[in-house]
Ligand binder design. Structure first.
Ligand SMILES: [Zn+2]
Length: 283
């Protein structure tokens, strides 16, 4: 299948009861490591980019990494833009070749969220690009936006039903109690709410803040209707820890060896998550 959007990938996951990992890459090496381990595990995979990463490297470069690395692979690989409320950036990603985008207008009133999300769907549809939207507010740090417990509210089912009907987005990220960043205490995830949204909407649901959740929590998220799990903080930690580990143990000046070590560590970490999500051997 190779380079594709989220449609078939997530509808298959929904039917077969597993989740596809969406990994926020930070450079070429992490992109390569994620695609390599997904191919090794015969798993569908989503390469995800924050707007910060897109701005840093530029639109065309990231698309060319992913398309070149995917080549004629059999596994489905998507390139998805994570949380973005800037329609201009979303349009540039779609034009550059992203296969999927997220419009996160969840900080606006519902009417405005619906209006902006619909605008993105209308822009994406003719180019066969899938769209993820968000309802409620997910805690923690996303790029430079910080949401504390004080600002948080979970998604409500009625609004989800209305939002989906009026926008036509392909994937929904409802706030269910997970958070971005590192969990200081065990998150209080509302699995009942997730399940109710899944039953009433029948749409693929994305779980944000996957870093730090236990394999048991992943299992419960999947049983309750989650089919996409976002992993960002974990990749950042693997990146820093792997390079520190390499340079502390070596006296050489061999960047390629350090990068090889980084790729090995990312492949191990992402490989374990792919197993937890049950997406191995599904491609
Ligand atoms: Zn998120």
């Amino acid at each position: 299948m190779g380079y594709t959007n989220l449609e078939r990938m997530l509808s298959n996951a929904k039917v077969e009861k597993y989740a596809v990992g969406a990994f926020n890459i930070v450079d070429y090496s992490t992109t390569r490591a994620v695609i390599k381990v997904a191919e090794k595990k015969k798993s569908p995979v989503i390469i995800q980019t924050s707007t910060k990463t897109v701005k840093f490297y530029g639109y065309k470069h990231i698309v060319s990494w992913v398309k070149t690395l995917t080549g004629d692979m059999v596994i489905p690989v998507a390139l998805h833009l994570d949380h973005c409320n800037d329609i201009d950036i979303i349009e540039k990603c779609i034009d550059a070749g992203w296969s999927s985008v997220m419009i996160d207008a969840s900080s606006y009133p519902l009417e405005e969220n619906i209006r902006m999300s619909r605008e993105v769907v209308e822009m994406a549809r003719p180019k066969n690009v899938t769209v993820e939207g968000e309802l409620g507010s997910i805690l923690g740090v996303e790029d430079d936006l910080i949401l504390t417990e004080h600002d948080s509210h979970l998604a409500d089912v009625e609004s989800c039903v209305r939002y989906l009907k009026e926008t036509g987005v392909d994937v929904l990220a409802p706030a269910i109690g997970t958070a971005h960043g590192v969990y200081i205490k065990t998150p209080n995830i509302d699995f009942g709410l997730l399940k109710e949204i899944a039953e009433k909407t029948n749409i693929p649901l994305a779980i944000h803040g996957g870093t730090g959740l236990s394999p048991d929590m992943f299992k419960k998220c999947i049983e309750s209707g989650g089919v996409k799990v976002n992993i960002s903080t974990n990749i950042k930690h693997l990146f820093k820890d792997a390079l520190e580990e390499y340079f502390e143990a070596s006296t050489d000046y061999e960047p390629i060896k350090a990068i090889q070590h980084l790729e090995t560590r990312v492949m191990e970490g992402v490989g374990d998550l792919i197993e937890s999500f049950g997406s191995a051997n599904r491609a």
